[in-house]
Design a protein around this ligand. Structure first.
Ligand code: 6R9
Length: 593
């Protein structure tokens, strides 16, 4: 890590009047009091002839009506140096073809279209085309192993899966018997399969016409299903509606300050909500040029993208920022980054050092912002024109009321007005991109709300000036390199191995990726702990779960600490791993010792 910046200041003072172009949000308080969601809805067009609100129309087709057809919508930079520019008009035609292809396959509105692939142009066409067809789109992370893919496709009743021929062979083909509802697979590349329901992307799109009229779409119609992890049980399928685009548009303006001439780059993958809300919907609804980089993180390659693509607004994440910090600001020497004017970060706590390092390395701070899969869009942000207190997530978006609350004994919540008191972060309902449910789990969904409040599950505090500070998560879910990982999903995969009797999984703090996944395992009798079994278990988990989810470390234990009801006490495993106080042990039934 580079030395701690000498000037770790309490506040970075902004001079909004000197900024060019003028920020969309110049005066925070005035904007908040004048704001209404109805007014923000007017930034979108709606379907022609009063046909409702469809995200794909707002993100693509409407720009043709405003003379932006020839403008580059997506600039794609491939892994091996290829480049592809797709104008808004080309994107409109390609998504029309895909929507027609779905209709040709008999896929109906409301049915679910899963997309499993790396950041290829086809991913963007498939998601937007599915939205035109009024299907529900679900992008899945391509680094998931077969198990997370099967769980999600099963839960979500995937009707269509769009993937690459390679991913199909490696991860999906063997799962087909678990997915009886999956009627069509569309593969990019050489199909390499003679199964009648496996279609080639190229032939399917070539034989579809490029004219399509989006059918009537209600703002409350389901558009996206995004899975997120909880502490227990299977992942949660957060459901979002077409009307969410109002929040994407509002946050694009206020939190990311997108102007039409911007060249925008969101580094997140659409398999995670940031890569969908801000890697597809928000930038395209704003009519900017959206840069998509297929390759994974590499500091020099990223600097080269910033310089050569003349990125003006950049949305990235703390893990990447910390990796760049490790290399030091000298790695940026000689780069012309004169186009860059705004940098934002999301997904995990951004250390004050990271914010300040932005100033040293790029001449501007990183602006941290906070939100969740469930909130659909940015809720709390450091705005371009507002002073930054490094380490703070910033202030609520205009239109959003946040509070710090405590859950009462009798089921209500009590709002804490005093500054700098820890409590649960809550948001006043509703807002346009708020999830409309967890798929098939009404009870789990209802538990997120008390009265008019949505309870986020995150612990935070607010200071006297209204800035919010992240304190920690209220549950056992792990955030590793910005990706939410459910301990239960990892434990279940480990338990499938014949040697494993019990498994408990925690997030172990890590200076770069935030947390690494660490598993504690108790073996069945007849198995001996040792290096070769450890390696075998790591390999097993990696094969089942994929590299993004699998544990990086495994420790053996004779027993795991459990509550009276038999639940493994992850909190205690974590406290012991970190040498922290063990806390309240009144529910502890059996212990590892
Ligand atoms: C957008 C996204 C949500 C959880 C959230 C919180 C953590 C997100 C953060 C942050 C500290 C920030 N989180 N942004 N923690 N500071 N600026 O990441 O959605 O994958 O659902 O994760 O991530 O714990 O509750 P998701």
């Amino acid at each position: 890590m580079s030395p701690r910046p000498a000037a770790l200041v309490d506040r970075i003072v902004k001079r909004p009047a000197e900024l060019s172009p003028a920020p969309h949000l110049l005066d925070y308080d005035a904007t908040c009091s004048a704001f209404s969601w109805a007014q923000a809805a007017a930034w979108l067009d709606g379907l022609p002839g009063g046909g409702g609100l469809n995200i794909a129309h707002e993100a693509v087709d409407r720009h043709l009506l405003h003379g932006l057809g020839a403008k580059t919508a997506i600039r794609w930079l491939g892994k091996t140096g290829e480049r592809r520019e797709m104008s808004y008009a080309e994107l409109a035609r390609a998504t029309n073809r895909f929507a027609n292809a779905l209709a040709g396959l008999g896929v109906r509105p409301g049915e679910r279209v899963f997309v499993l692939m790396g950041r290829l142009p086809e991913l963007y066409v498939a998601v937007l085309g599915a939205l035109k067809a009024r299907c529900v789109a679900t992008p899945l992370f391509s680094a998931f192993g077969p198990e997370p893919i099967a769980t999600r496709a099963e839960m979500g009743d995937a009707r269509v899966l769009v993937t690459t021929s390679e991913l199909y062979r490696r991860k999906v083909q063997g799962l087909r018997s678990r997915l009886p509802g999956l009627r069509h697979v569309i593969v990019v590349g050489d199909a390499g399969s003679d199964e009648p329901d496996v279609h080639r992307w190229n032939s399917l799109l070539d034989s579809a016409t490029d004219e399509y009229t989006i059918g009537p779409t209600g703002a409350e119609d389901l558009a996206l299903l995004h899975f997120t992890s909880g502490t227990t049980g299977r992942p949660k399928g957060a459901m979002h509606v077409h009307g969410a685009a109002v929040a994407h548009m509002a946050t694009a303006r206020y939190a990311l300050d997108l102007h039409e001439d911007d060249v925008f780059w969101c580094t997140s993958d659409p398999g995670w909500i940031t890569g969908t809300s801000y890697g597809i919907i928000a930038p395209l609804c704003s009519g900017v040029t959206n840069v998509v980089v297929e390759a994974e993180f590499d500091a020099q390659a990223w600097y080269s993208v910033l310089e050569h693509e003349r990125i003006s607004v950049w949305y990235t994440a703390p893990t990447a920022i910390r990796m760049m910090m490790k290399l030091g600001a000298q790695a940026l020497r000689g780069r012309d980054l004169s186009a860059l004017r705004f940098m934002a970060s999301v997904g995990e706590p951004l250390n004050p050092e990271g914010v300040i390092w932005g100033l040293q390395a790029f001449g501007m701070p990183f602006h941290d912002n906070w939100w969740q899969t469930e909130t659909g869009g940015i809720m709390i942000a450091n705005f371009l024109a507002l002073d930054i207190k490094p380490g703070s997530m910033g202030k609520p978006l205009p239109g959003i009321t946040a509070a710090i609350v405590r859950r009462g004994e009798t089921g209500g919540v009590h709002v804490i007005d005093a500054p700098m008191v820890d409590g649960e972060l809550a948001l006043k309902t509703p807002w346009p991109s708020m999830m409309r449910g967890y798929l098939n789990e009404d009870e789990r969904y209802r538990k997120c709300f008390v009265g008019e409040w949505y309870l986020t599950g995150d612990l935070a505090r607010r200071d006297a000036e209204g800035y919010y500070w992240f304190v920690g998560r209220g549950d056992d879910v792990i955030k590793s390199a910005g990706h939410l990982i459910g301990p239960f999903e990892v434990e279940s995969a480990l338990m499938e191995h014949p040697a494993v009797a019990e498994a408990g999984v925690i997030g172990k703090p890590d200076p770069i990726v935030g947390e690494v996944v660490k598993a504690f395992v108790a073996l069945k009798s007849g198995y001996e702990p040792g290096e070769s079994l450890r390696r075998e278990l790591l390999g097993h988990a990696r094969k089942r779960l994929g590299a993004a989810v699998a544990p990086k470390e495994i420790d053996f234990r004779a027993n795991l600490p459990k509550t009276r009801s038999g639940k493994i006490m992850r909190r205690l495993l974590k406290a012991r791993e970190l040498g922290l106080p063990e806390g309240d042990l009144s529910t502890l039934e059996s212990d590892e010792k």
